[in-house]
Design a protein around this ligand. Structure first.
Ligand SMILES: Nc1ncnc2c1ncn2[C@@H]1O[C@H](COP(=O)(O)OP(=O)(O)OP(=O)(O)O)[C@@H](O)[C@H]1O
Length: 601
């Protein structure tokens, strides 16, 4: 589902059609749609603006109701804001395509903790030390178990997804009451069903403190930080679509800032605002007596996350130092499974790699060979397989994952399970426009935190092979998107050079607009020695004894790396894997099986 901001804009763009559909008994008078009431009969008291900046805004003077077209939708059809959004999305035809395969996770529901309404120590601690009013404890359904506070994480449908307990004393840290529970936001139970604004805090008590100031608030489940700490986003993504404004009221420290950056990049900078508080967090404000007016002001002046513009060189100090001296556990980018390229070639965030080569040279196959390795490296890859059905793509990848020719049924399942957490396939055989594809990618990035995207191939993006302006535009859009989202995009494109031409194509041989190559951060070209393959076929086994590699990969460009040059690889026809050595005894990488150890050939 698209988010509320997008849906509202689309409804307003076609205000007349929407007003006519919702209020069929009304009629157009000048620039308004006039009806008798939200029941839709003829009359004058209700007017909907049809154009200009107020398009979609309505008011019924007889009842004093009013709002935007989503409010009108609810008033006419009943139901909650979420129902209206779902309904309006399908009316507008903006439901997102379901991915072919989603990274799957299974969670357990915790047992309802044995607790009661706070009466003793927990009550005193929260109402006296933390200054929270009793009605807020009720609204968030806080529990008391001896000297422990119980925070229930309840889904909007009333199901308990997670519970955390902590001692009712300063500096105690909350712990989940059971393992492997679904990380969700804390506080749905206290958020009005049709609220369009929400505050997200870094802790449960801060969310309740904002509620004490009269604002709907929820807390992230596992504090600040990035990556896995914010895994809740994929579970909450659709439920948060209904909020027009998301205020982030995190602690003002580095982990709070990391959380803000991750949440904003995934929930959309157009609807997130960052709140700066007069004290460290919302509960400190409540305890110290910061007034309602001051807190309202903090929301009113919350910073929008518009992209920042020009900066001074010294603003980049930390980032430059980090490039020279990355922290030990951090990698420069994702790599390949080939020892000859380890440490020499990286697929970095905010970059695009162009994979080029003649038809049938093995571009798709080599990317596919890298995927299980990327999954091992912790990447989440979204592959837009525009030339092949999903099952064909996975057939090849299963061989490459398991390092076998003919896997058994249980082994196939093991390979697919191995790939599951890190692979999303967007299946659309046929031409897909760039914009449509980027929308799918946007969704995969936002909801599933995918960090590498494969487009196979540029030719299937609905741009003619001689439309150089179109190709240039497409590549521009893709690179812009990769940079904005800090992800890596692999784009497959054909090479000008035919199969017979000597050796791996060079920079100039990328077919189409020369801007394609100029915009790529890395250019890899693949060449396979078909003449030798032919000799082997004719000459039988003996001709295979030469140690000459059958495939050449040319790292023709690597803007942010030091290595450029050619390396030879050997193709294993049984497993579809590429190897760095002719010594067959060292072939076969397997990501499955004994110790699940990957061997890098
Ligand atoms: N070095 C090789 N030796 C033998 N077969 C190969 C080799 N490289 C690729 N192939 C085979 O050639 C076929 C095409 O490979 P692949 O689809 O990866 O090529 P491609 O470069 O992406 O082609 P296209 O640009 O036409 O899509 C596959 O059946 C693959 O197994």
């Amino acid at each position: 589902m698209a988010d509320i901001v997008e849906i509202k804009r689309m409804l307003a763009d076609r205000a007349q059609a929407v007003a006519e559909m919702l209020l069929p008994g009304g009629r157009k008078e000048s620039q308004e749609w006039r009806a008798g009431s939200t029941a839709g009969e003829k009359g004058q008291s209700l007017g909907v603006h049809l154009s200009g900046p107020k398009a979609g805004i309505w008011q019924d003077f007889a009842t004093d109701e009013g709002g935007d077209l989503l409010d009108l939708w609810m008033a006419v059809k009943g139901g909650t804001l979420l129902d209206a959004l779902k309904d309006a999305s399908s009316y507008l035809g903006v439901t997102h395509p379901e991915p072919f395969k989603e990274p799957s996770k299974s969670y357990q529901r915790p047992k309802r903790p044995d607790c009661r309404k706070p009466e003793a120590k927990v009550h005193d601690y929260l109402t006296v030390d933390r200054n929270l009013p009793g009605y807020v404890l009720d609204a968030y359904k806080i529990g008391e178990r001896g000297d422990e506070i119980l925070f229930p994480f309840i889904l909007p449908d009333g199901v308990l997804a997670l519970a955390k307990a902590r001692k009712a004393e300063a500096k105690a840290s909350p712990k989940p009451t059971a393992g492997n529970c679904e990380p969700i936001l804390f506080g749905w139970q206290a958020v009005p069903a049709n609220a369009r604004e929400i505050i997200i805090t870094e802790g449960e008590i801060d969310a309740m403190s904002w509620a004490a100031y009269g604002h709907a608030a929820m807390s992230v489940p596992f504090g600040g930080g990035k990556g896995a700490k914010q895994q809740w986003i994929e579970n909450e993504f659709d439920r948060l679509a209904r909020f027009e404004t998301i205020y982030l009221s995190m602690d003002m420290d580095p982990t709070g800032e990391e959380a803000v950056a991750e949440i904003v990049s995934r929930l959309g900078r157009h609807r997130c605002r960052v709140v700066a508080l007069p004290l460290k967090d919302a509960n400190d404000c409540l305890v110290e007596g910061v007034t309602q007016a001051e807190m309202d002001d903090a929301l009113r002046t919350a910073k929008t996350m518009d992209p920042e513009g020009l900066r001074r060189a010294s603003d980049y100090h930390d980032k430059v130092v980090h490039l020279f001296w990355p922290a030990h556990e951090e990698r420069e980018g994702f790599s390949t499974p080939y020892s000859k390229l380890i440490g020499r070639l990286h697929f970095r965030p905010a970059e695009m790699t162009l994979w080029s080569g003649a038809s049938g040279s093995g571009k798709s196959q080599m990317i596919s060979d890298c995927v299980p390795h990327w999954v091992r490296e912790g990447s989440r890859v979204c592959v837009a397989s525009l030339e092949m059905k999903g099952e064909q793509t996975l057939r090849r990848m299963v061989k490459q994952t398991g390092g076998v020719d003919r896997p058994t049924e249980p082994f196939i399942r093991q390979c697919l399970n191995y790939l599951d957490p890190g692979l999303l396939i967007y299946e659309r055989v046929g031409k897909a426009g760039v914009q449509a594809l980027l929308e799918v990618f946007e969704y995969a990035r936002a909801k599933y935190a995918c960090d590498q995207f494969v487009i196979d191939s540029l030719m299937r993006m609905g741009v003619a092979s001689d439309d150089y302006v179109g190709q240039e535009k497409a590549v521009f859009q893709i690179v812009d998107w990769a940079v904005e989202k800090a992800v890596h995009v692999h784009l497959v494109a054909h090479a000008r050079k035919g199969e017979k031409g000597g050796g791996a194509p060079s920079l100039e041989d990328v077919k189409g607009a020369s801007e394609i190559g100029s915009n790529a951060f890395n250019i890899l070209t693949i060449w396979r020695d078909r003449q030798r393959e032919e000799d082997i076929r004719k000459g039988g086994e003996g001709a295979d004894e030469s140690d000459k590699p059958g495939v050449i990969v040319n790292v023709a460009k690597q803007r942010n790396g030091d290595f450029e040059g050619k390396v030879g690889l050997w193709f294993d026809q049984d497993t579809y894997q590429y190897q760095s050595t002719p010594d067959k005894a060292q072939w076969r990488r397997s990501f499955i099986g004994r110790g699940q150890q990957e061997r890098v050939a």
